[in-house]
Ligand binder design. Structure first.
Ligand SMILES: C[S@@+](CC[C@H](N)C(=O)[O-])C[C@H]1O[C@@H](n2cnc3c(N)ncnc32)[C@H](O)[C@@H]1O
Length: 312
């Protein structure tokens, strides 16, 4: 069987409402039905992350609230692919979990979390307010070598604001025109950013950050009954151009997830191969609609042991 990133080779047939999937070697077609529940309204979701994050899950916050409200309050929510961390932030701020653990492999992204959580949040918030963002100051920050974790964090925040789409993968250029022709300044909201960082720093005793491999952290915590997991790995198709690290063994991820004692919610792009892996692991799947940054409608896949809490 040909495999890339642990994904089996597959063939599709059928209509958009009823898609049949043949996975090489499985000997049968599997039925994947696309449900059509309404798109979640994100207007009620406070934006708490200091990042603008490609693949960010703000739109999923109401669904995660439903999930966490349906189980007994966990001591810790572990987010093994944290990125912009909106689910961890919202869950702690909404007091649905006691604490959250963000795990992120990209050292630049992790440096921002570590700076905010481990005592330098207020300094970062003040420096953001003081920073005069111009083409020259951006050039200086992005081309100077960050010698400390703090400098790395500051430079990452600036890069995330001025790069096209907020993308932090290598090789992505600066945005050109930006919003309303405001260029580099169009995504620089120093007060908003500073307030978000200060708010997280105030609750820093309820967060921890691990700069490491999410799969290892899942494995290390697998026996815990007081932890739950929100798992949002780099997607099978888009991940490569969005993140520094995007290669995941998806099959291994499903093996580890199935072994977790605590409850979990996995999200993926609506890929038939992923749906197949989920079913093979004995997990439930549900497609839910969302709008991406270009406002086009897209289906995403929710995966868990019991998705009875998902409202249509
Ligand atoms: C889909 S994004 C997560 C987005 C996040 N849920 C949000 O709302 O912003 C996936 C993240 O996983 C990170 N990542 C990739 N491989 C990883 C690994 N093995 N361990 C931990 N993080 C990883 C990427 O750098 C990226 O930030």
């Amino acid at each position: 069987m040909s495999k890339e990133n642990g994904l089996p080779a597959a063939r599709l047939r059928g209509s958009p409402q009823c898609i049949m999937l043949y996975v090489q070697g499985s000997g049968e077609y599997d039925e994947l039905i696309s449900a059509e529940p309404p798109i979640v309204n994100v207007a009620s979701v406070p934006q708490r992350s200091p990042f603008r994050y490609a693949g960010g899950k703000t739109w999923l916050v109401p669904r995660v609230r439903e999930w966490l409200s349906s189980i007994s309050r966990p001591a810790e929510l572990i987010e093994p692919f944290a990125g912009g961390g909106i689910i961890s932030l919202s869950s702690v701020f909404d007091d649905l979990v006691e604490s959250a653990c963000l795990v992120e492999l990209d050292p630049d992204v992790a440096s921002v979390w570590s700076t905010i959580i481990n005592g330098n949040g207020n300094r970062l918030a003040e420096d953001i307010l003081r920073f005069d963002l111009t083409a020259e100051s951006v050039d200086r920050i992005l081309n100077s070598c960050a010698n400390t974790e703090y400098e790395r964090a500051f430079s990452t925040i600036v890069r995330n604001r001025v790069n096209r789409g907020g993308i932090l993968a290598p090789g992505v250029g600066l945005m050109k025109k930006g919003e309303n022709g405001k260029g580099l300044l169009s995504r620089w909201y120093p007060e908003t950013l500073s307030n978000r960082i200060t708010a997280i720093a105030k609750k820093s005793d309820r967060f921890r950050i691990i700069n490491g491999d999410g799969l290892e952290v899942l494995r290390d915590n697998a026996k815990r009954t007081d932890a739950v997991y929100f798992i949002d790995p780099p997607y099978t198709v888009a991940g490569r151009r969005l993140y520094l690290h995007s290669a995941i063994d998806h099959s291994r991820l499903f093996d580890i997830a199935s072994s977790l004692a605590g409850d979990f919610l996995i999200t993926y792009d609506d890929s038939p191969q992923i749906a197949y892996l989920a079913r093979k692991a004995g997990l439930q799947t549900k497609t839910v609609p969302m709008k991406n940054t270009h406002h086009s409608r897209k289906l995403e896949l929710l995966i868990g042991r019991n998705l009875g809490w998902v409202r249509d």
